[in-house]
Design a protein around this ligand. Structure first.
Ligand SMILES: Cc1cc2nc3c(=O)[nH]c(=O)nc-3n(C[C@H](O)[C@H](O)[C@H](O)COP(=O)(O)O)c2cc1C
Length: 205
């Protein structure tokens, strides 16, 4: 089972990408494999012009298709999600997230645009037919401190929310795997063949 984190921050030292790395570590503790794709993995032209023949774009679409679930990772930019994330999402074909649960991870300078997750991001994920959109986690910059080349320091409340989100996401993914593995037994015949032939004999009399 593999989860793909789609990271839409154009910042080289992205807070949101670091939050995604943190959640990925938690998922891996539950034996869920994770991988990550960021806008930096693409030649800018391939992204801007939606070049579906670019090898990186083809590889991205294959990763999305093969993922059992997706993490959508973005900063708030101008009261919505980052434009670079939209460029990535626009590459995914209609219904491309069908059957996949999604966990959004968003960060912003303040709580002012907390609802960007609901009014801007969720409609896009719904249009892509994500099976379940988890509530997600919104982090404010002051809750995440970055140490040069070191691990991020998370404020206690945020850490708790990230752990809860990772636990819910893992639980759903693992439950989904059990459902797929379950093969229902063939339906029992409502009436046995002997009973049916007896019934037809009685009716003909
Ligand atoms: C161009 C730009 C626009 C931003 N617009 C907003 C905004 O509208 N609301 C907000 O709360 N934060 C805004 N911010 C702050 C970022 O959302 C915040 O610093 C975020 O944690 C950055 O995440 P990143 O390091 O992953 O890029 C903006 C930052 C930039 C660079």
């Amino acid at each position: 089972m593999k989860i793909l984190a789609i990271c839409g921050s154009p910042s080289r030292h992205s807070r949101t990408t670091q939050l995604a790395d943190y959640v990925a570590t938690l998922l891996e503790q539950n034996h869920i494999e994770t991988s990550k794709v960021s806008v930096y993995d693409f030649p800018p032209q391939a992204l801007l012009y939606g070049d579906f023949s670019a090898p990186t774009v083809k590889a991205f679409l294959q990763q999305v298709q093969q993922a059992s679930g997706i993490m959508i990772v973005t900063p708030v930019y101008k009261a919505a999600y980052a434009g670079a994330l939209k460029v990535l999402l626009d590459l995914i074909p209609a219904g491309g997230l069908e059957g996949k649960p999604v966990l959004p991870l968003v960060s912003g300078g303040s709580l002012s645009h907390l609802l960007a997750l609901d009014y801007a991001l969720k409609p896009v994920l719904t249009a892509l037919k994500a099976s379940v959109i988890h509530q997600g986690v919104f982090a404010v910059d002051s809750q995440v401190s970055r140490v040069q080349d070191g691990p991020i320091q998370l404020e206690g409340g945020l850490r708790k929310r990230l752990h809860e989100a990772a636990a819910d996401f893992s639980q759903q993914l693992l439950a989904g795997r059990e459902i797929k593995r379950f093969v229902p037994p063939p339906p029992l015949p409502l009436m046995s063949d002997r009973f049916l032939s007896l019934f037809s004999v009685l009716r003909s009399k």
